[in-house]
Design a protein around this ligand. Structure first.
Ligand SMILES: Cc1cc2nc3c(=O)[nH]c(=O)nc-3n(C[C@H](O)[C@H](O)[C@H](O)COP(=O)(O)OP(=O)(O)OC[C@H]3O[C@@H](n4cnc5c(N)ncnc54)[C@H](O)[C@@H]3O)c2cc1C
Ligand SMILES: NC(=O)c1ccc[n+]([C@@H]2O[C@H](COP(=O)([O-])OP(=O)(O)OC[C@H]3O[C@@H](n4cnc5c(N)ncnc54)[C@H](O)[C@@H]3O)[C@@H](O)[C@H]2O)c1
Length: 456
C-alpha cells in the first residue's frame, strides 16, 4: 500500500492514455485519468475517425460516374454538407460515450478537466489536487501554424470537421499527411481545390514513386498544385466582399514570381507539435527536447516514476503506436513483463485519393543503407475495376529487396485498397521474409494484391 491517492494518474484520454489506463487497471492498479476535452483524443474526436468518414463521403462523387460504365444510370448527386457534418459529429459523440463506458467498466476513474503538475507526485485539475505513485503523460499534440502574416485566417484540421459552410474554393498549405488527405477529401466532396507545397511533390520522406504517383492522380482528379513555393513569402489576407469573406493567399513561386490565389477556406496543414504548454512540466523537472518530452525505450522520462507516450513524445505520431506504447508501459510496470515496442517497420497509410501505403524502407533509404545490393521490383497497371468504370487512376506497387536471398526491406503501394493490402503484407517485412516466400504464396485471382506474389 502506498500513501498516494492513486497508483497511476494518466493525463490525457486519447489513444495512448486510454489504452494504458485500462491495461494498468486490469493488472490491478488503482488508476485515474484526466481529460480536458471529449474522451477519445485526436484520433476519435478530430483525427483518424472523422477524417476516414469524410474520405468515405468523398468517394460517392466518383462512384456515380463510375457506376454508369457498369450500366447503372445514377443521377449526379449533390452534397448536403450540414447533414454530413452533423452525422459525423453524432458518430463522434457516440464514440466519446462509448469510451467513457469502457473506462467505467475497467474501473478507471475519469476526472474532467485539464491537468497540470504541482510537483513530481501531484497533479492539479481545476481546484482539486491528486497524488499518484506514478504519472503517465499522454497529452498528444496540436496543429502548429507558421508565424506568417495572416495565418490567423487559416483553419487547422480540427476545424475541418466543424465548418459552418462548405467552401466552394478550398486551398491547403502543406504537403504532408493532413494536407494531402484533405485536398483529396475536399475535391471528392466537390470543392475547387488548390494545394500549395514547398517541395516538388507531396509526402516528403515517402518513396519517390509513391510521391509522384499520388500527385499525378491528384492532378488527374482536378486538384491544382503550386509546388516549390518560397514558404517565407506566404501571406494570407481577408478581402471583405459583398456577402462573403474571401481570402487571398500570396506567395512567391520557385522562380520568384508573385502568385495569388483566392479561396473561401484555407487549411494550414503545416505540422503538429506536442501539447505541453499547459502542463507546467517545470514543476516536476521533466526534461523536454525539441518541444517533445524526452523518453527512454521504456517510455520513462528523466523522472523514473513519470512516463510519457504517444504524440507528446514525438516518436512516430500514429494511433496504433500510441496504443502499443501505452500497453507496453502498463505491462512492463504493472504486469511485471518488460515489453518494449519496436519503432522500426511501422506500416502507415495516407488516405489520399488514391491511397498510399508503405511498410519498411523506401527505395532511397534502402539504397542509402545497402547501396547496389538492393533490387527493386515495380509494377504499374490500371485496376480491372476501371476497365468499365473509365478514368485512368493507376495502381503502383513496389517491392524493395536486398542480397542474394532477396530479403524484403520495403513494400510501397499507391492505389485502391493500398492500406488494407499493405497492412496484411507488412507481416513479410516484420518476419524477415524473402521474395521467394512471396513467390511460393499462391496468388488470389483476380485481385490487385496478387501482383505482390507474381512480380518479375
Ligand atoms: C486530422 C488527423 C488525422 C489523423 N489520421 C490518422 C490516421 O488515419 N491514422 C493514424 O494512425 N493516425 C492518425 N492521426 C494521428 C493520431 O490521431 C495521433 O497519433 C494519436 O491520436 C495520438 O494519440 P495520443 O494518445 O498520443 O494523443 P491524443 O489522441 O491527441 O490524446 C491526447 C488527449 O490529451 C488531452 N489533453 C491534452 N492536454 C491535457 C491536459 N493538460 N490535461 C488533460 N487532458 C489533456 C487531449 O484533449 C486529448 O484528448 C491523425 C491526426 C490528425 C490530426
Ligand atoms: N493517415 C495517417 O496515418 C495520418 C493522417 C494525418 C496525420 N497523421 C499524423 O499526424 C502528423 C502530422 O501531420 P501533418 O500533415 O500536419 O504534418 P507533416 O509533418 O506530415 O506535414 C507538414 C507539411 O507542412 C509543410 N510545411 C511546414 N511549414 C510550412 C510552411 N511554412 N509553408 C508551407 N508548408 C509548410 C511541410 O513541408 C510538410 O509538407 C503526421 O506526421 C502523422 O504522423 C497521420
Amino acid at each position: 500500500m502506498t500513501n498516494f491517492d492513486y497508483d497511476l494518474f494518466v493525463i490525457g484520454a486519447g489513444s495512448g492514455g486510454l489504452a494504458a489506463s485500462k491495461r494498468a487497471a486490469a493488472l490491478g492498479a488503482k488508476v485515474a485519468i484526466a481529460e480536458g476535452d471529449l474522451v477519445g483524443g485526436t484520433c476519435v474526436i478530430r483525427g483518424c475517425v472523422p477524417k476516414k468518414l469524410m474520405v468515405y463521403a468523398s468517394h460517392f462523387s466518383h462512384f456515380s460516374q463510375e457506376a454508369s460504365g457498369y450500366g447503372w444510370e445514377i443521377p449526379a448527386g449533390k452534397l448536403d454538407w450540414n447533414k454530413l457534418r452533423d452525422a459525423i459529429q453524432s458518430e463522434v459523440s457516440r464514440l466519446n460515450k462509448l469510451h467513457i463506458s469502457f473506462l467505467e467498466k475497467s474501473n478507471v476513474e475519469l476526472i474532467s478537466g485539464f491537468a497540470k503538475f504541482v510537483d513530481a507526485h501531484t497533479v492539479a485539475v481545476g481546484d482539486r489536487q491528486f497524488t499518484a505513485e506514478r504519472i503517465l503523460i499522454a497529452v498528444g499534440g496540436e496543429a502548429s501554424k507558421p508565424d506568417l502574416a495572416g495565418m490567423e485566417h487559416a483553419i487547422t484540421s480540427k476545424e475541418m470537421f466543424l465548418m459552418p459552410k462548405f467552401p466552394q474554393r478550398f486551398a491547403v498549405i502543406g504537403g504532408g499527411y493532413i494536407g494531402t488527405e484533405f485536398a483529396g477529401i475536399m475535391r471528392g466532396l466537390g470543392a475547387d481545390v488548390t494545394q500549395i507545397i514547398r517541395d516538388r511533390y507531396v509526402l516528403r520522406g515517402f518513396d519517390h514513386d509513391v510521391r509522384i504517383n499520388v500527385q499525378e492522380s491528384m492532378v488527374n482528379h482536378g486538384i491544382k498544385f503550386h509546388t516549390c513555393i518560397n514558404s517565407d513569402s506566404l501571406t494570407i489576407s481577408k478581402n471583405a466582399s459583398k456577402d462573403e469573406s474571401e481570402l487571398t493567399i500570396s506567395f512567391k513561386d520557385g522562380d520568384g514570381n508573385l502568385q495569388q490565389i483566392n479561396a473561401d477556406t484555407v487549411l494550414a496543414a503545416t505540422g503538429r507539435q506536442p501539447n505541453l504548454s499547459p502542463l507546467s512540466l517545470d514543476k516536476a523537472n521533466i526534461e523536454v527536447v525539441k518541444g517533445a518530452i524526452a523518453v527512454k525505450e521504456d517510455s520513462s522520462t528523466n523522472q523514473p516514476h513519470i512516463y510519457a507516450i504517444g504524440d507528446c513524445t514525438n516518436r512516430v505520431n500514429l494511433t496504433p503506436v500510441a496504443i502499443a506504447e501505452g500497453r507496453a508501459f502498463a505491462e512492463t510496470v504493472y504486469g511485471h513483463t518488460p515489453r518494449f515496442i519496436s519503432h522500426n517497420n511501422i506500416p502507415s497509410a495516407v488516405f489520399s485519393q488514391p491511397e498510399a501505403a508503405t511498410v519498411g524502407l523506401s527505395e532511397e533509404k534502402a539504397r542509402e543503407l545497402y547501396g547496389d545490393r538492393i533490387k527493386v521490383y515495380k509494377t504499374k497497371f490500371r485496376p480491372m475495376f476501371y476497365s468499365l468504370a473509365g478514368g485512368d487512376t493507376k495502381t503502383m506497387m513496389k517491392l524493395i529487396v536486398v542480397g542474394e536471398e532477396e530479403r524484403v526491406l520495403g513494400l510501397q503501394m499507391v492505389g485502391k485498397d493500398a492500406a488494407e493490402i499493405i497492412q496484411g503484407m507488412s507481416l513479410v517485412v516484420t518476419m524477415g521474409g524473402c521474395k521467394k516466400d512471396l513467390d511460393n504464396t499462391m496468388a488470389m485471382h483476380p485481385t490487385a494484391a496478387e501482383e505482390f506474389m507474381t512480380m518479375r
